[in-house]
Design a binder for this molecule. Sequence first.
Ligand SMILES: Nc1nc2c(c(=O)[nH]1)N[C@H]1C(S)=C(S)[C@@H](COP(=O)(O)O)O[C@H]1N2
Ligand SMILES: [Mo]
Length: 317
Amino acid sequence: MLINVKRHGEVSSSEITPQGLYLDRRRFLRLGAGGVLSAAALSGGLWKPAVAGVKLSHVAKGPYDTREELTPYESVTTYNNFYEFGTDKEDPSRLAGNLRPRPWKVVVDGEVAKPGTYDFDELIRPHALQERVYRLRCVEAWSMVIPWDGFPLADLLKRFEPTSRAKFVRFETLYDPHQFPGQRRSVLDWPYVEGLRMDEAIHPLTLLAVGLYGEVLPNQDGAPLRLVVPWKYGFKSIKSIVKISLVEKMPPNTWAKSAPNEYGFYANVNPRVDHPRWSQAKERRIGDFFKRDTLMFNGYAEEVAHLYAGMDLRAFF
Ligand SMILES: Nc1nc2c(c(=O)[nH]1)N[C@H]1C(S)=C(S)[C@@H](COP(=O)(O)O)O[C@H]1N2
Ligand SMILES: [Mo]
């Protein structure tokens, strides 16, 4: 059986994420019986409707977890940047109900031997889910520690057999002003586009997230499919992806297009390269009072510094 409907007290300890300790009654009641969805059910098309808050099970522990204290679920889901809903941090959670993350199509095209258009559930079916606790660091000098559920982007790209001309990966967010009221105003050049160099894209830290805190990804965090690149500023972690293209040339990304002197393509967290309007040397972990020093590559230097050996990171910011 793919969907195990258990009552609250029956959830086995292996299914209880740290958040399980305070998974509040209000959210449980809203979900009804507290259905537990297995990864197989999640990817097998049995997920109807895609309810944020439904628990994922059979999520293996991933490598690279930080041991830092987690940012509370409440903050991760109510303090967001998602300009498709509006520019205030509260807009995404307030308006998230407008987005329908099912049915959802994802196009994979460009320099691949096997391009195609996939239903989201079909796209992720072959992938085993892992939980990875990563920091997310925003350009505006705040950070969070989030347990993401997903799988390496590399695993997905491999399936489509990139050609030797594939040098970059370009991602695109859904464009639909009916679901995304923020797209009715031209604050950004819609749809939101992001990109990674191939070696960054296939680095094992780079994740495609379908959940967080062991639950289906809430709309405000980029349902149903969202990128997480933990050593880069948050804006690289593009939400609600509908298109993944393998391309030969560096794709122009939305923020770099909107303010080229403020945002670059690489966007590596770097305490020594300030944003023109503010310092990047310190950051505030959401929930903390005092600021802390920002770490090079957001603390992942050991894993990723070699990707940029010999590059001037002031020029390629
Ligand atoms: N499509 C889309 N993706 C996006 C954004 C956005 O406005 N639209 N904001 C980015 C920025 S600036 C940040 S800091 C992170 C925030 O992710 P979170 O709200 O889940 O913390 O999402 C990124 N991904
Ligand atoms: Mo950000």
